[in-house]
Design a protein around this ligand. Structure first.
Ligand SMILES: Cc1cc2nc3c(=O)[nH]c(=O)nc-3n(C[C@H](O)[C@H](O)[C@H](O)COP(=O)(O)OP(=O)(O)OC[C@H]3O[C@@H](n4cnc5c(N)ncnc54)[C@H](O)[C@@H]3O)c2cc1C
Length: 507
C-alpha cells in the first residue's frame, strides 16, 4: 500500500486510459494507472503462439497518414516516430467477397475510393460522390475529430445528426441494391445493424480508414508499450495485476480505490476506463442516482466475436496487404443477427505483416460475430493469464467444432489453406469478457442506436464529483475513437483550446 495521494488514479490501461494518463502526466499531474491484467493495453493486447504474434483487438487502424488526426495526436504524445506501422494497399485495402464470386474493393484516399467504386458501378457516379461528400460532412460535425475547437455544425448544437441512420442514408442515395451493400460492407468494423447503426458511426470510421489504413508490425501492443514508456517519462506510474473492486468515500468524494488483494490507492480524482456498468458496480451502486443506473444498465452492448488464429508452415500461404470480408449473403446489414444454422455469415481475415517483407504470411487472424448466449453455459468459468483456470472439456469441444466450421469456409475462399496450416487457436466471447472486464465480451462496448441516440451517449462526468469516464464508450470505439474519447475526458481538467493548440503545435 502507498500513502501517496495521486492527482489522478485511472482504472484500466486500455487505449483510453493510457492516452488520458499520458496527456495528464504531460500537464504535470501525478498519475497512477491500475490494470487488472498481466499485460497492459486492454484490447491492444497480443499473444504469441508458434513464434507468431497475434493481435486480439487491433487488426488495422485508420487516420495514420501524415497530417491525419490520429497521426497528429500520436505525434503530440511523442510516439509516432517509434511506431512500426505498415500501410495497406491504396488500391484495395478492404476487399469484400460474396458467394457468387463477385469482389469489390475500398481504396485509400477519396480519389482512389471513388475511382474504384465508379469503375464497378459506372451508372452510380452521383451516388458515390454523394456518399463521400456526406460522410466527410458528418465528420465536420465532430470538431475534435478534426482537431478543431468548434465547428458551425457541431453535433452538440445539432444533435439531429446523431440520429440519422446509416442504412437509411445509403438507401436514399442509390436504388442499386449491390452498391447499397458495398457501402455498408465494412460493417464488422462497427458491428453494423441496418435498423440501428447511426450514420455518424459509419462516417467517423469509414472516413478514418480511407485516410490512411495501416497494420502494426508485431502487433498493436506496441502502442501500449510506447504510451507506458511516455507515462513513466513524465513521472506517471502504472501497476499491473491490480483488479479494482471497490472505492472508499469521504464526504461524497472518492478517497481511494481497493483492489481484490486488499491494496488501497488514494487519489484526488478517479478516471474509469472500464465499462460504465462495471464502473457503477466497482464505485458503489448506492452512490449513483437510480435514473443514471437504470439508463446505464439498460444500454445494449455490441455483439461479441469468435476469433480464429492460424499459424502456417513456412512459405506456404501468401501475405495479403489487404483485409478480406467474406460474406455468405448480400444481407450485410443483418449479419449481426445471424442464425446458428448459417453461421458464420461473415469472416473478416487478415494476415499480420511478415518479417523482412516476405511474400509469405506466418499467420492469419479471422474474426466473426458470436453472441454471448452461445457460451453462456460456461459463464461461471474465468480464465486469463493472471488468473488461470480451465473452462472444461465441453467448452474445448465447442471451440473445436466452431473452428472446423470456419476452416471449411476458409478453404472455399482461400483454396489450399488447410494444407498450409500448422496450428489453429481460437477465442470466444468469454475470452474477451475475462480479459476486458465487461459482462458479455462486447466487441466495441455500448451499441450506438440511431433510434435512441441520446440514451446511448455517455458523458465523461458522473454524479460523483471526482469520478470521470474515458474510453471507447464516450464517443466511438476503435483506437481512434478511444483516443478522441480520452481527449474529451482530459478537457474536464485541461482547457480544450489550449490542448488542441498544443497538439497542432506539435505537428
Ligand atoms: C476483436 C476485436 C477487434 C478489434 N479490431 C479493431 C481494429 O482493427 N482497429 C481498431 O481501431 N479497433 C479495433 N477494435 C476496437 C478497439 O480495440 C477498442 O475500441 C479500444 O481498444 C478500446 O479501448 P478502451 O480505452 O475503451 O479500453 P479497453 O480495451 O476496453 O480496456 C479496458 C481495460 O480496463 C481493464 N480493467 C477492466 N476492469 C478493471 C478493473 N476492475 N480493475 C483494473 N483494470 C480493469 C481491462 O483489463 C482493460 O485493460 C477491436 C476490438 C475487438 C474486441
Amino acid at each position: 500500500m502507498s500513502d501517496k495521494i495521486y492527482d489522478f488514479v485511472i482504472v484500466g490501461s486500455g487505449m483510453g486510459g493510457l492516452v488520458t494518463s499520458v496527456t495528464l502526466a504531460m500537464e504535470g499531474y501525478s498519475v497512477l494507472v491500475l490494470e487488472k491484467n498481466h499485460q497492459i493495453g486492454g484490447s491492444l493486447q497480443v499473444f504469441s503462439r508458434d513464434k507468431c504474434i497475434f493481435d486480439t483487438g487491433v487488426h488495422y487502424v485508420g487516420s495514420l497518414d501524415e497530417g491525419e488526426n490520429l497521426h497528429q495526436i500520436f505525434k503530440y504524445l511523442g510516439i509516432i516516430n517509434d511506431l512500426n506501422i505498415h500501410k495497406l494497399d491504396s488500391d484495395g485495402f478492404d476487399i469484400f467477397r460474396f458467394p457468387d464470386g463477385k469482389t469489390y474493393k475500398f481504396g485509400q484516399g477519396y480519389e482512389k475510393f471513388k475511382e474504384i467504386l465508379k469503375n464497378d458501378f459506372p451508372n452510380e457516379s452521383h451516388a458515390i460522390d454523394a456518399f463521400c461528400t456526406k460522410i466527410q460532412d458528418v465528420c465536420t460535425s465532430f470538431p475534435l475529430y478534426n482537431l478543431e475547437e468548434d465547428s458551425p455544425q457541431n453535433y452538440i448544437d445539432n444533435p439531429d445528426i446523431l440520429s440519422e441512420n446509416a442504412w437509411d442514408f445509403i438507401s436514399s442515395i442509390t436504388e442499386d441494391p449491390i452498391l447499397r451493400v458495398i457501402l455498408y460492407a465494412n460493417g464488422p468494423l462497427y458491428a453494423a445493424e441496418k435498423d440501428k447503426t447511426p450514420l455518424f458511426v459509419l462516417a467517423l470510421i469509414t472516413n478514418s480508414y480511407i485516410k490512411g489504413s495501416y497494420r502494426f508490425v508485431n502487433g498493436g501492443s506496441q502502442i501500449a508499450k510506447l504510451l507506458t514508456k511516455k507515462l513513466r517519462q513524465f513521472g506517471g506510474e502504472i501497476i499491473k495485476h491490480q483488479d479494482v473492486i471497490s472505492a472508499n468515500y469521504e464526504n461524497d468524494h472518492i478517497k481511494s480505490v481497493i483492489t481484490k488483494e486488499g491494496k488501497e490507492f488514494f487519489g484526488k480524482n478517479f478516471i474509469s476506463n472500464i465499462h460504465p456498468k462495471r464502473t457503477i458496480e466497482v464505485f458503489g451502486e448506492d452512490k449513483f442516482r437510480a435514473v443514471y443506473k437504470n439508463r446505464i444498465n439498460k444500454l445494449e452492448n455490441t455483439i461479441s466475436s469468435f476469433m480464429l488464429y492460424i499459424s502456417f508452415h513456412e512459405n506456404t500461404f501468401p501475405y495479403f496487404n489487404c483485409n478480406f470480408y467474406d460474406y455468405n449473403t448480400y444481407n450485410v446489414g443483418d449479419v449481426v443477427n445471424y442464425s446458428k444454422e448459417n453461421w458464420p455469415e461473415i469472416l473478416f481475415s487478415c494476415t499480420p505483416v511478415p518479417p523482412k517483407d516476405s511474400k509469405y504470411a506466418e499467420s492469419l487472424a479471422v474474426m466473426t460475430y458470436m453472441d454471448f448466449n452461445e457460451v453462456a453455459e460456461w459463464s461461471e468459468s474465468f480464465n486469463t493469464i493472471a488468473t488461470k483456470n480451465r473452462r472444461g472439456e465441453t467448452y474445448e469441444e465447442f471451440k473445436r467444432k466452431k473452428e472446423e466450421v470456419i476452416l471449411k469456409h476458409l478453404e472455399v475462399r482461400f483454396p489450399g489453406i488447410n494444407k498450409a496450416i500448422k496450428n489453429v487457436y481460437s477465442s470466444t466471447p468469454l475470452t474477451y469478457r475475462d480479459y476486458i472486464g465487461n459482462e458479455d465480451g462486447a466487441l466495441y462496448g455500448i451499441k450506438k442506436n440511431s433510434n435512441n441516440i441520446l440514451n446511448s451517449t455517455i458523458n465523461p462526468k458522473t454524479r460523483i464529483p471526482n469520478l470521470f469516464l474515458t474510453g471507447q464508450n464516450l464517443i466511438f470505439h476503435g483506437v481512434l475513437g478511444a483516443t478522441i474519447g480520452a481527449l474529451v475526458t482530459c478537457f474536464q481538467f485541461v482547457d480544450n483550446k489550449y490542448l488542441i493548440d498544443k497538439i497542432k503545435a506539435a505537428n
